[in-house]
Design a protein around this ligand. Structure first.
Ligand code: HSE
Length: 293
């Protein structure tokens, strides 16, 4: 008896929505769970960078799996987990969120679905520490999460069908911990207002696909000014994406992947120019136009 769970990559922040908005993309990890009679834990990993994934009890997917059983006060069963990796690791595309969501959902299904989707979501947010990857990873689409008196208020953000997300994934890693360490703990009122205004503009831009709004909307003062120094070539890739017709470019999650938003007519040029600019800076990148999951 087994279950298979497919979880999408996610791009968090989208510029001004630091720690509150994220979108699921058409790039996936697949996790297959098979209950074993005995034998504890077996983990098999295939796909890009498979050798980098832990295959013992320290595996994040397995930790999430155990977490769910602890929450329902049951002993986790012996299990074989087959991981098919499609989401690159430590690149700002939510690979840890796929593991957390995959482990929780897989365990919940194996256990006969004792928890609701909302309960699984709350466990996932608690494990990850911020909601903007795990929520779209679990629910799909583009999602905004706000704390409420009782937990979380989640809403789906309309995404105009003409808007194409292009991800430029460099061949180096950046840990989220490191990319959060460089952020200030306090910000000025001017910077807070800047982000509130731009997030509002972003939501309307995403909904309408209106170029004028999208061209301004990806600006941010809470994280990118501090993080771009961790990403060599950032300014050049940004300039190249805009010159090729992108509305704007931003860091995907905590980086180092860069995300451009554009339309179908310009997406090929945006891909080519972002890759070329990074190559000139000495960095090899995989650049792809994706869709919203
Ligand atoms: N909002 C988080 C950050 C996403 O930017 O640190 C990390 O994946």
């Amino acid at each position: 008896s087994g279950v298979t769970v497919t979880v999408p990559a996610t791009t968090a922040n989208l510029g001004p929505g630091f720690d509150c908005i994220g979108a699921a993309l058409t790039l996936y990890n697949e996790f297959k769970f098979t209950r074993l009679q005995a034998g504890g834990l077996i983990i098999h990993v295939t796909g890009t960078e498979a050798e980098r994934v832990q295959t013992d009890e320290s595996n994040l997917l397995y930790q999430a799996f155990v977490q769910l059983y602890q929450y329902i006060e049951q002993t986790p069963p012996s299990v074989k987990i087959e991981i098919q990796l499609g989401v690159p690791l430590a690149r700002g595309l939510g690979s840890s969120a796929t593991a957390i969501v995959g482990g929780l959902v897989g365990a919940n299904q194996l256990a006969g679905a004792p928890l609701s989707l909302l309960q699984v979501m709350e466990l996932a947010i608690a494990m990850e520490g911020h909601p903007d990857n795990v929520v779209p990873a679990l629910l799909g689409g583009c999602r905004l999460a706000a704390t409420s008196q009782t937990g979380w208020e989640i809403c789906d953000i309309p995404w105009h069908q003409d808007i194409v997300p292009v991800v430029a994934i460099p061949d180096f890693e950046l840990s989220t911990k490191e990319a959060r360490r460089v952020l200030p703990t306090e910000v000025s009122r001017a910077d807070a207002i800047f982000n509130v205004a731009h997030l509002g503009l972003l939501l309307r831009g995403l909904e309408t696909g209106k170029g004028e709004w999208l061209r301004t909307a990806l600006q941010d003062k809470l994280h990118q000014p501090y993080r771009k120094a961790l990403i060599p070539g950032y300014d050049a890739v940004n300039a190249a994406a805009i010159a090729a017709g992108a509305y704007g470019m931003t860091i995907s999650g905590a980086g180092p992947t860069l995300l451009a938003l554009t339309n179908a007519a310009n997406s090929n040029a945006v891909e080519t120019e972002m890759a070329a600019a990074w190559k000139e800076a000495g960095i090899t990148a995989t650049v792809r136009s994706l869709s919203l999951d």
